[in-house]
Write a protein that binds this ligand. Sequence first.
Ligand code: URA
Length: 436
Amino acid sequence: MTEFTFDAPTVIRTKRDGGVLSDAAIDWVIEAYTHGRVADAQMSALLMAIFLRGMSNAEIARWTAAMIASGERLDFSDLRRAGKPLRLVDKHSTGGVGDKITIPLVPVVMACGGAVPQAAGRGLGHTGGTLDKLESIPGFTAEIPKAQIRQQLCDLGAAIFAAGELAPADRKIYALRDVTATTESLPLIASSVMSKKIAEGTHALVLDSKVGSGAFLDTEAESRELARTMVDLGTEHGVRTRALLTDMHTPLGRTVGNAVEVVESLEVLAGGGPEDVVELTLALAREMCDAAGLDGVDPAQTLRDGTAMDRFRDLVAAQGGDVAALSADSLPLGAYSETVSAPHGGTMGDIDAMAVGLAVWRLGAGRSVPGEQVQFGAGLRIHRRPGEPVAAGEPLFTLYTDTVERLAPAVSELDGAWSVGDRAPATRPLIIDRLT
Ligand code: URA
């Protein structure tokens, strides 16, 4: 296809005016953007038009296929363990606040005998990214060559890697969406998640589609439609895909940020940690083991007997991380902190996940320009979760950053995002539904 057949202004205008992009136009714009023949400014305008006008299912399927075709598609079908083909299984979340689940989940599935090729992402908008969190471990790298990914899958049962050459179109578009307020779009989320996951060569996939204020999409109906769209895309590409719809009104666990979330994940791997983080880790682990055909395994036992912790340490060491630094004392924590205390006694009400996500982003845990270095020590600790008793003057939140000027705007972001009342807030199920 030549540059004379298509041009960016016409493609942008078509979508801006509510039209449908042809297969050929989608193939062209993704290929041309990947290779620098469509400018960031033009792709930003197109993303905003897609954000405002949406896409049909056929357009989403083609956009996803074009992003897969922009790079290589890994194939692990030749990998064997004890003479048997490896059944690869992975998980991906649509993005949440305090969503550190991949960190304990991958070693649990490894300890159950699974093999997880996890192409992980960086922070997006108000949500954190697994890679930004794991890179807070000194030495840890997700930039690992393909041969190492294959070796780790056979020998250890997992590799956590930057998508790199997988769906490079998504890598560029993802970074652009992060700084152009175009993250909260069903077609863009579905195609972003599924292009990476289909290209990474997994055989089975469990999706965690978030519902609530901290999710990218506002309503349960939209999160359900997103999950349905992604399950169908996976199935069409031969990946056995299922999804859980899970609550994201309140942040997961008691920490939000980079290194602070690794510390909380270590607590879970040591058999403790917040109940909601443990519950979601185990629910997703059961789905993954089932999807991978691992019979007679007990994910909860791997947290009790320490085997999941052992697998995590193996994984960190294999990817260059310093296992001696895996403790709250050694991982980075912002040099400046501020604590928000209870004005009076009572019971902690709901905590708005979106406000907490934005506060942590303001502390320096996320980016406001592409490629910006995040602060590993930036984060927030939640001392009282919804429904817990609070005494007057007790700490409710502590915020950490390495840039003192960031504290005040982050604290303001929490204004109105929490309350202390005289009765517990209504409880919501963490796991709302399951789609296959
Ligand atoms: N995760 C992704 O990989 N992409 C999105 O757009 C949202 C979450």
